[in-house]
Design a protein around this ligand. Sequence first.
Ligand code: LIP
Length: 265
Amino acid sequence: MTDAADLLDIARPLAIEAGELIEAMRDSVDLSGDTKSSSVDVVTAADRAAEAFIVDRLSVLRPDDGVLGEEGAGSEGTSGVRWIIDPIDGTTNYVYSVPSYGVSIAAEVDADLALGVVSEPVFNRCYSARVGGGAFKNGEPISVNTDPSVETALVATGFGYLAERRRRQAEVLVDLLPQVRDIRRFGSAALDLCYLAEGLVDAYYERGLHAWDLAAGAVIASEAGATVGDLRGNAAGEHFTLAAHPALFEALRAILAGLEADDCP
Ligand code: LIP
């Protein structure tokens, strides 16, 4: 069974339950946890517990599927389905109790992204979409804003964990900021893409996203009417991710390409 609608019926309650788990653990975590790519890239016991919870459930419900998880889960599987899991996207926010973090679960079928779910436990929001089926928040259809111009665009973005990358990202921001309405830094790529999908922002861009940061939100944003890609006409990925209504996408792509925003450590 690889019907995306059936897989979505597995992913939605799983993301919501994992959200409840990380909320239950929030008071027990702090910044003294382990770190990964840099001293500010923290991983908490809740990240690991939520990933283990999701992977364990999938191993029972979908034993032949593959998984890729931010905290190390990884298996190929034999069914042609692969789950891409970020147990807490926005971990820094989570540790600081800044309310913008979520559980992100996507699935590929035969190497193509087929569906995405992002649960935002603090606000009991669950964003979901499957390719061709539209995008939803708590079961209600959502879509991107259709009329923003560059000058009136509210743009979300993010910064990496490495100092040299942050320096370069700040340089790009210095040139972009005077050209747009304003910038928002929420701290979770998955939620940035969901906020775009429901029109809370008009665009989102970032360099350096991993598959688990991007996958679910990319399906939700594109099913809500956004173009999601890089600055060179290719698919979005670690090298660069830009997402916006098609008209705004092209205008921002030209500006960011001109600023060489994807030429970054
Ligand atoms: C985060 C991303 C965010 C980015 C952060 C970090 P994490 O993922 O969602 O967009 O700006 O640097 O990579 O580490 O919280 O899973």
